[in-house]
Design a protein around this ligand. Sequence first.
Ligand code: PHE
Length: 449
Amino acid sequence: MAEVVSRQEDTMLGHPKGLFVLFFTELWERFSYYGMRAILVLYLTQATTDAVNPGLGWTSKEALALYGWYGLFVYFTGIFGGAIADNWLGQKKSVLVGGIFIVAGQFALAVESMTAFYAGLFLLVCGVGLLKPNISTMVGSLYKKGDARRDSGFTIFYIGINIGAVLAPLIVGYFGEVVDWHLGFSLAGFGMILGQLVYVFGRKHLVGVGDLLKHSAEHAHLMKQPLTKIERDRMAVMFISFLIVMVFWAAYEQAGGLMNLYARDKIDRVVFGFEIPTSFFQSLHALYVVILGAPMAYFWVRWRKKGKESSSLFKMGVGSIIMSLGFVALMGAAYDVSVSALDKAPVYWLFLSYLLHVVAELSLSPVALSFITKLAPMKYASLMMGTYFAVTGLGNKAAGLLGEAAQDAGEMAIFTGIALTSLLLGVLILLFVKKLKALTHGAEEVDVD
Ligand code: PHE
């Protein structure tokens, strides 16, 4: 009880203050990430001879290929970022060093030289790999085992991510595209500097969070112990959740590629006489997350308090099924275009589909982050989170490949395939949820609240 009281003294909105330090740090990191991402392909493909804002003059194909590889590597390096944190730096320092890499990377992109451009991308890949998984693990470390606030803490953190993601394309996108690409990249760099400042000045709220496990002789002995049966079971169930997550991102990340082109060419974007620009839809996911994050978290808390099934795996299964419905909505659009022979499909399909994507995302993505912090054995805490991000990177790459496949197979076939796969996976998870839950050995039990 004394413990509870002392924790409450240092809270904000009922959560540890450290959560808000991590919230703002990650908000600015994502601002820098999504800002740079919003202009990367545009910069690459802009003609070198453009009088106002010359780019690199690459073909679309070359630009999209680099974009795809960047998306893979930037998350794949999470494995190394996690391993470095577990064995060498601890999460707290890894986040700091990662942030420094990111600042350096963004400013390198701001320099007009191809060497600086590639060096910048390399620094960003290393920086995000060090920062992103480790800051996520730190969110989990703010809560003790059994603390019922953990899931909602991750949702709050996730809202911060998406505030950065909504703002970035507007600010970095505008100044980069309209004024000067290099100014855009610098703004992304300044965003990350703000993140670093929040992190450094907020350190006092992160005491005891994200430190390297002590390397005493006794501890070294502990680290060498093989995993127990319980730990192995938990690892197994985590890997199953990785599969769900990979399929999920392969579907979701259609938004930036295939869906972007689809929205441009096959959706009637005129509403009340005004044509919504295609790029607007790139902020729509994040905007929906910011709006729906809190109500969804509230919904799940109420659901749990009613005593209903509310394990992470259950939510992930539900998320997968809702994702499938999001693609059914897109099938509606494809139907309108092909069968009803409309020239373009009505825009409501896109709004509805993205809405469902986000309801699915909120049932699955913050939940998966929280789940990992509950299940990973202490000595692999960061590595498992890093692996989760690597899997996300693979999902991103798969999304690109599916988008390419749609060029031959047609959108209807790809949308239907994604809808069926997500549905099947979701239903399987729900059918086996009891068995899978048994493998977690009570890791998700929460104290009565
Ligand atoms: N919008 C999420 C973010 O940037 C997407 C994501 C989820 C990326 C999980 C990586 C891993 O954090």
